[in-house]
Design a protein around this ligand. Structure first.
Ligand code: UDP
Length: 457
């Protein structure tokens, strides 16, 4: 009977925007290229955020969404890290997910359940209902190789990974030091590590893994992954190029950009959650000033408590401008523009005036820069960003990495120098050319006969 019903793909996306946005882009490929309708099923512990509702309310035809009833997390310790928070949210939502899938199956044939990297427990629900499950991996094939190897590494190695001084040899991944592993792998005694390992062991239960990268970008990692189970599909570079943020909010910024020379402005933005200490914010301000280059800086309030990541802190009553060095705005007037909190990044990166991007190396940000041919200054903060910074600066050479001082601070002289190198120097020219080449290769991967189109399920 199921065979006669219309097909539907269900996607489970854990709370937060960083995974939802690229999954929506993948959903658009499924509806446009394969005529497959998609429904997003979203577990949560609270009513939807404004960002979520804005994005979900503007989904194109063929893509719908449903929120599962919020679960309660009030019994968890207050310092619980994001990974266990997301995982437990999904675990506690499994009964309602089961119910929702059952009810969808009365009117549809569920062709697949696609889960994100913190929703692997939903694979069991899919199996119970005989629905093939896939996983959407929102970062690189090199990172996927590391995750696959993690259970073995966990067995083999007793110490903290960060204390191993030689680079580790991970099959299918470039050489990397333990200190550059993703944040949850930095403290093996923490719940966040156990949680990461739990998912890593479960990846193989999926029928296939969909990676938002492309073959030509990381051929060695993809060739390695293709020799093993499960099947790995490269489908990228998928980035959102529509304007999500209300354009009128950024009119002044766009007008200012229109007035600047081609490729002259450095865009400075640290993802949806990146923050710095007060001392680092100062250094960045002085560094930009000393570089004498044009810049557009998305400024957040300094954060001296939670390291580098404010995703889970709501602190919008404070004015970030209060934290800039005295006279900074006046001294850089005309040459620099500071925007508080948030700006339409994808749209800014596509502007002809942008010539470089100081980037925290979130994978979506890197891809958005790549599809626009904008070279990077790699300034990794959290999650798997240090791994991505290695790819950017040492492997594909589309960016220059900042040097961190001994006290953990990136000093103003270093910032000014690296900015000048990118915007005016010879090595800037090289990475810009490499990025322009990759832009072309990435666009080809998505064309009719491109590697990422052929890989589509
Ligand atoms: N973003 C944006 N404006 C901002 C900051 C971020 O539009 O001021 C968007 C950015 O374009 C990207 C996403 O937020 O699509 C950030 O994703 P990424 O994977 O780079 O980093 P994360 O936020 O997950 O650390």
């Amino acid at each position: 009977e199921q065979e006669l019903l219309p097909p539907l793909v269900a996607m489970v996306s854990s709370p937060g925007m960083g995974h939802l946005i690229p999954m929506i882009e993948f959903a658009k490929r499924l509806t446009n290229h394969h005529n497959l309708p998609v429904i997003f099923i979203i577990p949560s512990d609270a009513p939807p955020s404004k960002a979520q509702t804005t994005v979900l309310s503007s989904l194109p035809h063929g893509i719908s969404h449903i929120f599962l009833p919020p679960v309660t997390l009030s019994d968890l310790p207050p310092n619980t890290k994001p990974e266990p928070l997301m995982t437990i949210t999904v675990l506690r939502s499994l009964p309602s997910l089961h119910q929702t899938l059952l009810s969808l199956m009365t009117s549809h044939r569920l062709s697949a359940l696609i889960v994100d990297l913190f929703s692997t427990d939903a694979i069991d629900t899919a199996t119970e209902l005989d629905i093939p499950s896939y996983m959407f991996f929102p970062t690189t094939a090199n990172n996927l190789s590391l995750v696959f190897y993690l259970p073995q590494l966990d067995q083999k190695c007793q110490s903290e990974f960060r204390d191993i001084h030689e680079p580790l040899n991970i099959p299918g991944c470039y050489a990397v030091h333990g200190k550059d592993f993703a944040t949850p792998l930095q403290d093996r005694t923490n719940e966040a590590y156990k949680c990461f390992l739990h998912h890593a062991k479960r990846y193989r239960l999926a029928k296939g893994i969909i990676v938002n990268s492309f073959f030509e970008l990381e051929p060695e990692a993809f060739i390695f992954l293709q020799k093993n189970d499960p099947v790995v599909y490269s489908v990228g570079p998928l980035v959102n190029q529509d304007t999500i943020v209300d354009e009128s909010e950024f009119k002044v910024g766009l007008k200012w950009l229109d007035e600047q020379p081609h490729e002259s402005v450095l865009f400075v933005c640290f993802g949806s959650g990146g923050t710095h200490t007060s001392a680092q914010t100062d250094e960045l301000a002085f560094g930009l000033e000393m570089s004498e280059q044009r810049f557009l800086w998305v400024l957040r309030c300094p954060n001296d408590k939670v390291e580098n990541d404010s995703t889970f802190i709501a602190d919008s009553n404070v004015d970030p401008f209060d934290f800039l060095p005295n006279g900074f705005v006046e001294r850089t007037k005309g040459r620099g523009l500071v925007v508080p909190y948030w700006a339409p990044q994808a749209q800014i990166l596509s502007h002809v005036s942008i010539g470089g991007f100081v980037c925290h190396c979130g994978w979506n940000s890197i891809l958005e820069s790549m599809v626009n041919g904008v070279p990077l200054i790699a300034w990794p903060l959290y999650a798997e960003q240090k791994m991505n910074a290695i790819l950017v600066s040492e492997e594909i050479k589309v960016g220059i990495r900042v040097n961190v001082g001994e006290d953990g601070l990136i000093e103003r002289e270093e910032i000014a120098s690296v900015v000048k190198r990118l915007m005016e120097g010879e090595d800037g020219k090289k990475v810009r050319n490499n990025m322009m080449d990759l832009k072309e290769v990435g666009a080809n991967a998505l064309k009719e006969n491109g590697s990422s189109t052929k890989a589509n399920i």
